[in-house]
Design a protein around this ligand. Structure first.
Ligand code: NDP
Length: 480
């Protein structure tokens, strides 16, 4: 059975504990590889390696760092299919999705930041003939990057790329549930010639490795993507140490459909934004609000599209949905479907675990589920489910739908469907979300600020925002 290893100081290493965690294939429910059960000793070794590597890496010309990161990007691209299959087996996502979204995006993340860092500049502020101020922007030192299981390499590289491109060394931890492509990335880092200690990847549990990264006094910045509860815990440890913190957390995103929308596009895209990656994308819309005159026709067309979605073996290109990432997560989703029933919801479609046959008999599959008849403020409509479950609800006025949409503690993304230009601007401005898509979904320009409001996070990733996060500014004032 394949054993994943830590990547510390340019070398592959067993965990100091000598123990390993089982890694499950969610489509079969079987253990298929082993993950290091690392602890604070492995994190310490990674920090020492990063510390040693930092002077040379941060002192390197940005063009030279850029060339190494471009090489890394090219290598992931060269092995795209291998990465896509590994991601699919590890996470349960359909291989077509990993092939067209996850892995190409990891390639782009490294490419984007390798080139963006070349354009990082600072300002000067002249005070007439009295003095001149100029700003230096320097890397922070060692950055801790912690990422979740839903878009494993995509989100891991979204943090690591800007941290490295701006001259920091990194100690990173992927989710212990989906470690495989992070391990493969360490192999590519060796091949790309990234100097030892610049990138260190320590595998294991969040409560051991993640916590040790967050608490380590020599790691001065933490970039975290994951659940809101974990974000709270991280803040409690990191804030008193005055670390820089970037937190991308949970969501409960509204989709608002006005009666004047482009009907066909709204239906098709809303099916995608509801069920892509089994609904396990922080940007998926899970509360669909439909203007009353369109409610019944939209519901009918939406359900007809949902019926066409095939769920099953993630490696079979004929399936649009794959497996849920883990047994506990599948159970959590099924629990929420029961809760929705209990709260008076009517299941219009799905609602059950799929018992597949053959090698997939123990796999974690759930039918895409559509529910109606629930009030906007019930638990099903307020808490993050993070699975293939959406609710439909009619509304009559803009005020009403804004009240529904803004009612949760979250504020990550929203989708708005209307052909009415001024309404689009008006409603978008009043939504409490960090990202609003009008007549589209998941259309991403990597230069734009990415992140959420309220319990969905603190700070923004993307573009120069991330390069700024991973650098410290210093103003130097020279008297003339
Ligand atoms: P978790 O918060 O459980 O885990 C995220 C990462 O943090 C994992 O690597 C985890 O390790 C680690 N971790 C867990 N506990 C700690 C701790 N005490 N200290 C440090 N690290 C810790 O999230 P999930 O992996 O379950 O991911 C799903 C969540 O991520 C959802 O809420 C989703 O909305 C959110 N998300 C947000 C995005 C955004 O951009 N806003 C994007 C994607 C997802 P381990 O796996 O071992 O527990």
């Amino acid at each position: 059975m394949q054993k994943i290893q830590n990547y510390i100081n340019g070398k592959f290493a067993d965990p100091q504990s000598g123990t390993y965690i089982d890694n499950y294939n969610p489509a079969t429910g079987q253990v298929y590889s082993l993950i290091p059960d690392s602890d604070e000793r492995d994190v310490e070794a990674a920090v020492q390696a990063a510390k040693k590597a930092f002077p040379a890496w941060s002192g390197m010309r940005s063009e030279d760092r850029s060339a190494l990161l471009l090489r890394l990007s090219e290598l992931i691209g060269k092995h795209l299919e291998r990465f896509a299959v590994a991601e699919s087996i590890d996470n349960g996502k359909p291989v077509w999705l990993a092939r067209t979204v996850d892995i190409p995006r990891a390639v782009s993340n490294f490419h984007f930041y390798a080139t963006a860092a070349l354009h990082l500049s600072t300002e000067t502020h002249a005070m007439g003939d009295v003095a001149i101020n100029y700003t230096l922007r320097t890397p922070i030192g060692i950055a801790g990057c912690i990422s979740p299981w839903n878009l494993p390499l995509y989100l891991f590289s979204w943090k690591i790329a800007p941290a490295l491109a701006s001259g920091n060394c990194v100690v990173a931890k992927p989710s212990e549930i989906t470690p495989m492509t992070a391990y493969m990335l360490s192999e590519m880092a060796v091949e790309a010639g990234i100097p030892p200690g610049v990138l260190n990847i320590v595998h294991g549990y969040g409560t051991k490795v993640g916590k040790a990264i967050v608490a380590h006094p020599e790691i001065q910045a933490i970039s975290f993507t994951g659940g809101t509860k974990t974000g709270e815990e991280i803040s409690r440890i990191a804030a008193p140490m005055f670390k820089k913190l970037s937190l991308e957390l949970g969501g409960k995103n509204p989709n608002i459909i006005f009666a004047d929308c482009d009907f066909e596009k709204a239906v098709k895209t809303t099916v995608r934004s509801s069920f892509a990656n089994q609904g396990e994308i922080c940007l998926c819309g899970s509360r669909i609000f439909i203007e009353r005159p369109l409610y019944e026709p939209f519901k009918e067309a939406f359900l007809a599209e949902v019926k066409k979605l095939k769920t099953g073996d993630p490696l079979d290109d004929g399936n649009w949905l794959g497996a849920i990432v883990s047994r506990p997560h599948m159970e959590k989703i099924l629990h929420y479907i029961d809760l929705a029933r209990h709260e008076g919801g009517k299941i219009l479609s799905g609602g059950n675990r799929i018992q597949a046959g053959g090698i997939h008999a123990e796999g974690y599959f759930i039918e895409p589920t559509v529910i109606e008849g629930l009030p906007y403020d019930c638990r099903t409509n307020q808490e993050e489910i993070f699975g293939p479950v959406v609710t439909l609800q009619p509304f009559d006025t803009e005020e009403e739908v804004l009240r529904y949409a803004n009612s949760t503690s979250y504020g990550l993304a929203a989708t708005l469907w209307t052909q009415h230009l001024t309404r689009a601007h008006r409603v978008a401005a009043r939504l409490h979300n960090g990202i609003v898509w009008v007549n589209c979904w998941l259309l991403r320009d990597l230069r734009t600020p990415f992140g959420g409001m309220k319990a969905s996070g603190v700070g923004r990733e993307g573009g120069f925002e991330a390069l700024h996060f991973f650098t410290e500014e210093k103003n130097i004032c020279i008297k003339l």
